[in-house]
Design a protein around this ligand. Structure first.
Ligand code: SAM
Length: 282
């Protein structure tokens, strides 16, 4: 099977199958070989990998990963892409096509039998479900190895942001709780057909347990509250938690060397963990 990424190939397939792009499914197919190679390299697709691909489109990524020997579960929602994918996947017994909404998939059930392999996700994500999908995956109790995800550039920048900057927020802290995100490459809109209105970027998130907290739910509650009104101080955003009034909260913050007049956007993930555990024990 030839590679599927060239613009002439994509156009040929679309006309052969009379395929119509659906905006509601965020369909922008990758046509840039250089970026495709960077995704495949970051995924480290090999015989020891079991890779879930969300939204395979016409099969571009899945086929490349299968050629490297990986087992691929390709989850596609669009009925009209299924005949195209069946044809493109037919030479590869190691690709399993699942016709479903990725948000409805029970990843644990799907991947439990492969727990001894490296469990990965690779996707050029439909933008409308980027954040819920990332959390659905990370919150599934599985020994994930890594996620390699194409997403809107602006979302990628928020995820990799460091404390203190304008991009740093609840999303940065939450993803960093589960792993280490790294920017793999930016992708201009010309890397896709049809070209989206915004630029994109590929992130690789190495999943690893960096932070231990007393209660994960409470940690996320503190993070959400700390960023609930960005211009307000921690003292304002967090008072009321554990029924502490401002004075009690201020004293507690002093004990752990965090000034009450700081804003959430200045706290490192370690400081959030310390803060959440201290409050949780109240
Ligand atoms: N992977 C292909 C590529 O890189 O050329 C296509 C990427 S395109 C940005 C997004 C793909 O996700 C489309 O094939 C679209 O139909 C599919 N999709 C959209 N929503 C989905 C969902 N909820 N579950 C599974 N697939 C979905």
């Amino acid at each position: 099977m030839d590679s599927l990424y060239s613009i002439s190939k994509v156009k040929g397939i679309i006309s052969e199958f009379e395929f119509r792009f659906k905006k509601k499914f965020g369909q922008n197919f990758l046509i840039d070989k250089n970026i495709l190679d960077k995704i495949i390299n970051a995924t480290e697709a090999d015989e020891d990998s079991v890779i879930v691909e969300i939204g395979p489109g016409i099969g571009t990524l899945a086929v490349e990963m299968a050629q490297k020997g990986a087992t691929v579960y390709a989850i596609e929602i669009d009925n009209d892409l299924i005949p195209i994918l069946k044809e493109h996947f037919s030479p590869y017994p190691n690709i399993h096509l699942i016709h479903s909404d990725a948000l409805e998939i029970d990843f644990k059930r799907l991947l439990e039998p492969h727990k001894d392999k490296k469990l990965k996700v690779a996707a050029n994500l439909p933008y409308y479900i980027t954040t819920p999908l990332i959390f659905k995956i990370l919150e599934t109790d599985l020994p994930w190895d890594s996620l390699t995800l194409m997403m809107q550039l602006e979302v990628a920048q928020r995820i990799v942001a460091n404390p203190g900057g304008k991009d740093y927020g609840a999303l940065s802290v939450a993803v960093n709780f589960y792993g280490t995100p790294k920017m793999v490459t930016k992708a201009p809109s010309s890397a896709f057909f049809p070209a989206p209105k915004v630029d994109s970027a590929v992130l690789n998130i190495k999943v690893e347990n960096k932070i231990q907290v007393e209660s994960q739910d409470f940690f996320f509650k503190v993070v959400r509250k700390a960023f609930s009104q960005r211009r307000k101080t921690l003292l304002n955003n967090l008072s009321g938690l554990r029924e502490l009034n401002k004075e009690q909260l201020n004293n507690l913050l002093k004990e752990i060397n965090i000034e009450g007049n700081r804003r959430g956007e200045t706290l490192s993930i370690e400081e959030f963990a310390h803060l959440s555990d201290t409050l949780y024990k109240q």
